[in-house]
Design a protein around this ligand. Structure first.
Ligand code: 1YM
Length: 652
C-alpha cells in the first residue's frame, strides 16, 4: 500500500489545529476512491452521506448537537444540517488557512474506512469530510458561529470560493450541501430507504439525538408522506431499537431487558427481548459502526447468555439433571442489540465488519454474567418464559434432526434421487449449471422447450407455497413443495447446508411480475434466506427479468423491459417517420410466451437480464420477510400500502 498511516493523538482536550495531519492530496482519493469509501457503486454513494453525518454525530457525542437533518434535494443533491457549535473558522498558524478549509481539503489521519477512533474526548473530527469533497462535483459549507454566517465552496476537492462572511445569525451550526460527482460514481441516484434505515439506526444508537430525513426530489412528490420523510428521536436508545425490531412479533415478556457497564475507557450496552418466532436476530455495533461479521462483543454475549440460562435452569430446577441447552436453543426467538464503545477498535475480516478486540469479549461477558443473572432472579416470570422457550427449542431441534435423517434415508437427499418436476441439464460442473425455478406449469413447459439443455435445468413450482415464517424446521424438511427444491439443489438445508454440494451456481427464480409471481418470489426468498442463507450470501440466487412489452412494426419485433424503454424503443422503431404505426402489446405473463420468445428475451445468456439477489442489509430483509409473512396483520397492511408502488423493486 502506498498510503501511510500516522498515529493521531486522541486524548486532546479540545480542538487544536495542529492535530490535523497532512497525509496525501485529495488526488489520491479521486484516483482510488474505493480505498476511501469502499466502492464507487451505490454503497459508496451512500457512504458519502454517512461521512458527513458522522461528523454531526460526533458533535452530538461531544454534547453540543441535538438535531441533525438530512435532505435529498432535487437532482440528488444532499443537504446535511446540524445545530452544533459550527466547524471552527479561525485561521491556523501552521497553514495560514481557516480550520474549515483544512477540514474540507486535507485528507486526515484515522481514515474512516476500517474504522475511526472513539471520539469521546473530541479532537479527531471530520476525517471523512475531505473525501466527500474530493468525490463531489461541487460542495458548499455554511457555518453559523460567533454571530456570523461563513460560507465556502469547492469543486472536486478544489476551493472555488474562499471562506467569506455572508451574514449574521443568532444560532450556531453547520450545513453542508454536495452533489456527488457523476465522473466518480456508477449511479448518482440516492435511495431514500437506504438512508432512512441508516439514520434510524443512528438515532437508536444515540439516545435522545433527533435525526430527521426528507426526500424533496420532485420524482418522489407522489409518494405518501411517510415514504418520504420522518423525524426520529428515541429517548430509550437501543431498548427502543429492540422493540422496533420485534414490532411485527409477539414478545414473550413485556419489557426489553437492558444491561450496561464500563471498564476503563470502554463501555458496552446490551438490550434483548425474546419473541414467539424461531429466529435469532443479533445486531451489533462498535463505535456506532455496524458489525455484521460479529466479533468479540458478540462472542462474549453468546457464551455468557448460554452459561447464564443454563445456570438459571439448574438453580430453579427447570432444567433436569444431565440436560443442557445449546446456545442456539437459548437464542431461539431472541432479538438483541449490542453496542460497544472503545478507543482503538480493530475491525477485521475481508469487509472489516468484525470486531477483533478481545477485551470486548471479557467486558460483555462480565456485564451479562452479573446483570442478566440478577435480572432473571428478580424477574422469575420472565425467567420462566425464557426457559420454556429454550426447552421447547431444544426438543424441536431434536425432532428436526430426526426428520432430516429420515428424509435423507427416504428421498435420497444425498444419493441423487431427483424430483419428478425437474428437467435436468447435461453438464455436471456446478459452476456452469443454471436452474430456473419456474412458477406455473405452462411457463415451465415453454422454459423446458426453449432452454439450452446442455447447462440449463428447469424445475416447475406450482400453487402457493408453504409459508416458512409460520412453520418450524421439522415441518419444512417434510414439506412436499420444498422437498423438490431441496433435492434439486442438492446441498441440504439448515445446519446441514453444504455449499460444496450445490448442483447449480445460478439459481434463477422466474415468476410473473404480478401479485402471484411476487408471492412465489418472496416465499422462495424467505425460504432461502432462512434455510439456505449461504446461497444468497454467495450471490448464487437471481431473479429472471422478463420483458413487459412487445413492440411490432411490420415484420420487425422488439421487446422492452420498462416503460421508459418501451417509449425509447417505440421512438427508434418509428425512426423519422412520425406516422408509422408501432403496435405495443403488454405481456400478460410468462405462460403466454412461446418457447422461442422466452429463450430470446429471458433465458439466452447473451441477451437476458438477470438481477442478482443480494442480502444487502440482512436486518432489513429479515424485517420485510417477517412483516409480510408473520402473524401481525396491521403492520403488514401498512407496509404494503406505503410500498405498493415499488414492491416489485424489492431488492432482497
Ligand atoms: C453537517 C456536518 O461537520 N459538524 C461539526 C463539525 C465539527 C465541529 C462541530 C466542531 C468540532 C470541534 C470544535 C472540536 C468539526 N470540527 C472539526 C475541527 N456537520 C459537522 N460541528 N468546534 C466544532 O473538535 O473541538 C472537524 S469537524 F477539526 F475543525 F475541529
Amino acid at each position: 500500500m502506498d498510503y501511510k498511516e500516522t498515529a493521531v493523538n486522541q486524548n486532546a482536550e479540545a480542538y487544536d489545529a495542529s492535530q490535523i495531519q497532512v497525509l496525501e492530496g485529495l488526488e489520491a482519493v479521486r484516483l482510488r476512491p474505493g480505498m476511501y469509501i469502499g466502492s464507487t457503486s451505490s454503497s459508496g454513494l451512500h457512504h458519502l452521506v454517512y461521512e458527513i453525518v458522522d461528523n454531526a454525530i460526533d458533535e452530538a457525542l461531544a454534547g453540543f448537537c441535538h438535531h441533525i437533518s438530512v435532505t435529498i434535494e432535487a437532482g440528488n443533491v444532499i443537504r446535511v444540517e446540524d445545530d452544533g457549535r459550527g466547524i471552527p473558522v479561525d485561521v491556523q498558524e501552521q497553514t495560514g488557512k481557516p480550520a474549515l478549509e483544512v477540514v474540507y481539503t486535507v485528507l486526515h489521519a484515522g481514515g474512516k474506512f476500517g474504522g475511526g477512533g472513539y471520539k469521546v474526548s473530541g479532537g479527531l473530527h471530520g476525517v471523512g469530510a475531505s473525501v466527500v469533497n474530493a468525490l463531489s462535483e461541487w460542495l458548499e459549507v455554511e457555518v453559523h458561529r460567533g454571530g456570523k454566517i461563513y460560507q465556502m465552496k469547492f469543486s472536486r476537492g478544489d476551493k472555488t470560493q474562499d471562506m467569506r462572511i455572508i451574514g449574521e445569525t443568532d444560532r450556531t451550526g453547520t450545513t453542508v450541501r454536495f452533489k456527488p460527482d457523476p465522473q466518480m460514481f456508477e449511479d448518482t441516484v440516492y435511495s431514500y430507504e437506504t438512508l432512512h434505515v441508516r439514520m434510524r439506526e443512528q438515532a437508536f444508537l444515540n439516545a435522545g439525538l433527533r435525526i430527521s430525513i426528507r426526500d424533496e426530489r420532485p420524482e418522489s412528490a407522489d409518494l405518501p408522506e411517510e415514504a418520504r420523510e420522518e423525524s426520529m428521536c428515541y429517548a430509550g436508545g437501543i431498548r427502543e431499537f429492540v422493540s422496533y425490531l420485534n414490532r411485527t412479533k409477539e414478545p414473550l415478556h413485556p419489557d426489553v431487558i437492558y444491561v450496561s457497564g464500563s471498564r476503563e475507557d470502554s463501555e458496552a450496552e446490551i438490550a434483548l427481548q425474546w419473541n414467539d418466532s424461531y429466529n435469532e436476530a443479533i445486531v451489533s455495533f462498535a463505535n456506532n459502526i455496524h458489525t455484521p461479521g460479529g466479533g468479540m462483543h458478540e462472542t462474549g454475549f453468546k457464551t455468557a447468555l448460554t452459561r447464564v440460562i443454563n445456570a438459571y435452569g439448574r438453580k430453579t430446577g427447570l432444567l433436569k439433571e444431565g440436560e443442557s441447552l445449546s446456545g442456539e436453543d437459548c437464542r431461539e426467538g431472541m432479538t438483541a442489540v449490542i453496542s460497544v464503545k472503545l478507543t482503538n477498535p480493530q475491525f477485521e475480516g475481508q469487509t472489516k465488519d468484525k470486531l477483533g478486540n478481545s477485551e470486548m469479549r471479557t467486558l460483555v461477558d462480565g456485564i451479562l454474567q452479573e446483570k442478566l443473572t440478577d435480572f432473571l432472579e428478580e424477574n422469575p416470570q420472565v425467567g420462566r418464559s425464557v426457559m420454556d422457550k429454550a426447552l421447547t427449542a431444544s426438543r424441536a431441534r431434536e425432532a428436526a434432526r430426526k426428520a432430516r435423517e429420515s428424509i435423507r434415508n427416504k428421498s435420497g437427499l444425498e444419493s441423487g434421487g431427483m424430483p419428478e418436476k425437474l428437467k435436468d441439464c447435461n453438464e455436471k460442473d456446478p459452476a456452469l449449471c443454471e436452474i430456473y425455478i419456474v412458477e406455473g406449469d405452462s411457463a415451465a413447459g415453454s422454459a423446458n422447450q426453449g432452454r439450452d439443455s446442455r447447462f440449463q435445468a428447469v424445475l416447475a413450482m406450482w400453487g402457493k407455497m408453504l409459508n416458512v415464517e409460520k412453520a418450524r424446521a421439522d415441518k419444512i424438511y417434510k414439506n412436499e413443495k420444498l422437498q423438490p427444491v431441496i433435492s434439486a439443489l442438492g446441498a441440504g438445508i439448515g445446519e446441514d447446508f453444504n455449499l460444496e454440494k450445490l448442483r447449480y451456481h445460478k439459481v434463477i427464480i422466474m415468476a410473473d411480475a404480478d401479485v402471484d409471481g411476487s408471492h412465489i418470489r418472496t416465499l422462495l426468498l424467505t425460504f432461502f434466506f432462512r434455510y439456505m442463507r449461504p446461497l444468497i450470501e454467495n450471490g448464487y440466487v437471481y431473479s429472471a427479468v422478463p420483458p413487459l412489452y412487445k413492440l411490432t412494426r411490420g415484420k420487425t419485433q422488439r421487446v422492452a423491459y420498462s416503460d421508459e424503454e418501451r417509449d425509447k424503443v417505440s421512438a427508434e422503431m418509428r425512426g423519422h417517420n412520425p406516422n408509422a404505426k408501432v403496435d405495443i402489446a403488454r405481456y400478460k405473463g410468462l405462460g403466454e410466451m412461446s418457447k422461442d420468445e422466452l429463450w430470446e428475451t429471458t433465458m439466452d445468456p447473451e441477451k437476458r437480464t438477470l438481477r442478482r439477489i443480494t442480502l444487502g442489509d440482512a436486518i432489513q430483509a429479515d424485517q420485510i420477510f417477517s412483516l409480510l409473512m408473520g402473524e401481525e396483520v396491521e403492520p403488514r397492511r401498512a407496509w404494503i400500502e406505503t410500498n405498493a408502488k415499488y414492491v416489485s423493486n424489492l431488492d432482497i
